[in-house]
Ligand binder design. Structure first.
Ligand code: NAD
Ligand code: DAU
Length: 382
């Protein structure tokens, strides 16, 4: 049952990692929608991620900063925007520790600017908020960190078809629920938390039809190689050191990016206004165990002897304020909207490793900086 009929949709941050998967899914699945990818093309934006769909008639790219209120208001009027899926953000925790101001500007002020422009435009229409949707994509990091009171792992209380693999362990008794109190620690998660509050405030104060989702760590193709998985796959291939923060004991809960994109599709169309949904695959890994899986997989595919790249593991100074453990409970989404992850982790990591090894040119264009030059002349910021 579809309870949202939005057709003219802006997806912000569509040139980034998750955004590009969401744009691709919507453009391919909904030929009668008008999909606008709005992105500033920061260092993390890469239109090469969308080469396969860039000429589709239902797709348009607009280079814009989400903080530019006037430009966004004009775009909403011109394109009669009735749906917003908001992913644009500064997303890397390490960068937020060095430069928190950029995170406050984009993640907080940028989100507020979109909300206010949407409010003014939608309230100016005879039908008001009817048929409109502001869907904000957030992170599990806003909930803070969970204790790792079972360092060896225990049988978890939850299971999904996709994650019922051999590994399937939980490293503590507690999980993040939709009702878990916000307790962000890094400047990144503090800024995301603030933006989540603003989105909910626009529902509670003005009646804007908003939805917020909080997702666990994503992995898969087109992730910027500052993040753990693409960085390490590339370093293993080139026999470069693998900088493991602290003891590598921190736990993250991993979800294949296309499963996140499918969840966004389901929630955008069928989610209840004003609700929060957690998205995750019950798939916890200690960093060091995950790193060993990546080493094993890359070595096997490249024909290296088993254990060949283990010597690249290099323990380095820990990330400041490094959260110990994230673990999302996505039961609500699974029960209420019927979504569940489609891939077992072993399958997902194999696909991901193969994708990065097969797309060395994509990686080289990033490391050389060429990915930004390609589109520089084609698109000027509006
Ligand atoms: P990303 O860094 O790969 O992409 C972010 C995109 O936003 C880029 O294309 C960038 O150019 C664009 N952008 C940044 N600042 C902008 C601005 N001022 N105006 C317009 N565009 C701007 O990020 P990602 O990993 O794809 O994450 C997307 C969203 O999902 C973020 O909101 C993030 O908080 C959230 N999220 C990410 C994960 C994850 O594991 N990566 C998990 C949960 C939630
Ligand atoms: O949980 C969702 C979050 O996941 C998203 O909101 C963020 O946008 C996304 O970047 C991601 O945050 P993390 O900090 O968990 O991801 P990252 O890939 O940076 O790091 C994963 C883990 O690996 C973390 O415990 C830190 C560690 N790490 C990371 C890097 C880059 C290392 O040990 N060495 C590294 O070089």
């Amino acid at each position: 049952m579809v309870n949202n009929s939005s057709r003219n949709i802006v997806i912000t941050g569509g040139a980034g990692f998750i955004g590009s998967h969401v744009v691709r899914l919507f453009v391919n699945k909904y030929p009668d929608y008008n999909i606008i990818n709005l992105d500033k093309l920061t260092y993390a934006g890469n239109l090469e991620n969308l080469r396969d769909i860039e000429n589709k008639p239902n797709y348009k790219f607009v280079k814009m900063d989400i903080c530019d209120f006037d430009a966004f208001y004009k775009l909403m009027q011109e394109e009669k925007i009735d749906g917003i899926i908001h992913l644009a953000a500064e997303s890397h925790v390490d960068r937020s520790i060095k430069d928190p101001f950029t995170f406050a500007r984009t993640n907080v002020m940028g989100t507020l600017s979109l909300l206010q422009a949407a409010k003014l435009y939608w309230e100016s229409l005879p039908e008001g908020y009817e048929g409109k949707r502001f869907y904000h994509i957030s992170t599990d990091e806003v909930y803070g960190a969970l204790e790792m009171n079972h360092p060896e792992g225990i049988e978890p209380p939850f299971k999904t078809t996709a994650s019922s693999s051999e590994h399937h362990l939980a490293y503590g008794d507690e999980f993040f629920y939709e009702t878990t109190k916000y307790n962000p620690h890094s400047p990144y998660s503090a800024a995301k938390a603030s933006s989540d509050h603003f989105v909910r405030a626009y529902h509670d104060t003005y009646g804007m039809p908003t939805i917020v989702t909080n997702c666990s760590n994503n992995y898969g193709p087109y992730q910027f190689p500052e993040k753990l998985i693409p960085l390490f796959i590339n370093n293993i291939r080139h026999r470069k050191p693998l900088p493991v923060y602290g003891k590598g004991e921190n736990v993250r809960d991993w979800l294949y990016v296309e499963d996140h994109a499918r969840a966004i599709d389901v929630i955008f169309h069928n989610g209840k206004v004003a609700e929060t949904y957690n998205i995750g695959g019950f798939n916890e890994w200690k960093n060091i165990d995950l790193i060993k899986v990546m080493i094993k997989t890359v070595d096997r595919i490249l024909g290296n002897p088993e254990g060949y790249s283990l010597d690249l593991i290099t323990y380095v100074t820990d990330r400041l304020g490094h959260d110990a453990r994230y673990a999302i409970d996505s039961t609500k989404l699974q029960k209420e909207l019927g979504w569940e992850p489609s891939l077992q982790f072993e399958e997902g990591i194999e696909k991901t490793v193969r994708w990065y090894l097969d797309h060395q040119e994509w990686m080289d264009n990033i490391t050389s900086g060429d990915y930004q030059k390609y589109y520089e002349e084609m698109y000027k910021e509006r």
